[in-house]
Design a protein around this ligand. Sequence first.
Ligand code: FAD
Length: 316
Amino acid sequence: MSVLVYTESENNTYKKVAFEAVSYAKGIAEMLGTLVTAVAVNGGDSSQLGKYGADKVLEVSNEAYNKFNAETYASIVAEAAKQESANVVVLTSSANSKFMAPLVAVNLEAGYVANVTELPESTSPFKVTHSVFTNKAFASTEIKTDVKIIGLAKNAYGLKENQAAAAAETYTPNISENNGVEVVSVDKATDKVTIADAEIVVSGGRGLKGPENWGMIEELAETLGAATACSKPVSDMGWRPHSEHVGQTGKPVASNLYIAIGISGAIQHLAGINASKVKVVINTDEEAPFFKAADYGIVGDAFEFVPQLNEKLKAF
Ligand code: FAD
């Protein structure tokens, strides 16, 4: 019996979601009185996983797996789960994890719940809380299968350090190299920090009047190491690329800080960003609905406030 956790990485560097997933896996392992095994495909330094609670790391090292292929990665995770007799498998809620989770579930005949926000309410019966309807509500679901798969929601559990030293093992999964799907190339839309990975998101709305005014938004994002985003009308009008559109019909945001500039706070916009931890709004209209959803609000003109903010932050 063990808890298996899949640890996402890019260019041999673990992503923050990997450490969150290991922290969470450790929490479940403590509830069950068992150990955490991490599986890392072309990952980074395994001691980093130990820091967050991995007792063992199965290191898969193979250039053929450099490009993410859901079928292959799902087979690796499922084989590792079988080898370790894992009864809980922890994935994240990243696009890649969501892509492969159903494949892992079918392989292991396991129940899968996505967007889990907390440690299980109980382990017998095994009940988890997860967000539904784009974070507007929470549901409690019992997973009844022998093996349980959890997709941990981003930023929900946080990082919890442990003092464990992970034992690293080379792992060569016994999987078919030919699963009928080959990823030929991956074209990244941008080299900038993506909305999904960003700790901070700076977002602009129709209040910014036109695409020529986005310089101050990009400057603020660059200073803060943030991703840029926008409301739907802004991308519909072609002021910004569609990849930046956030909300109910756009990308979901679960950053630590979301700064909304010249965005009114329509329900469809808020639906996509309310998983963010701290929300700040800058708007000239103190009656704008965003102020009710925000943690901090500045009633003011973005064209006056944002350049001053940029100046102060740079001097910081
Ligand atoms: P506006 O509503 O026009 O607001 C602009 C704001 O800027 C105003 O509050 C104004 O006071 C402020 N402002 C003006 N000048 C300044 C200034 N100088 N400084 C500071 N503030 C200023 N929208 C999304 O964003 N994402 C979605 O996914 C989405 N999905 C939708 C799905 C459906 C089915 C429908 C019907 C709508 C959807 N919408 C979505 C649209 C949504 O209803 C709103 O129309 C949209 O979010 C408004 O965008 P906005 O806040 O940028 O513009």
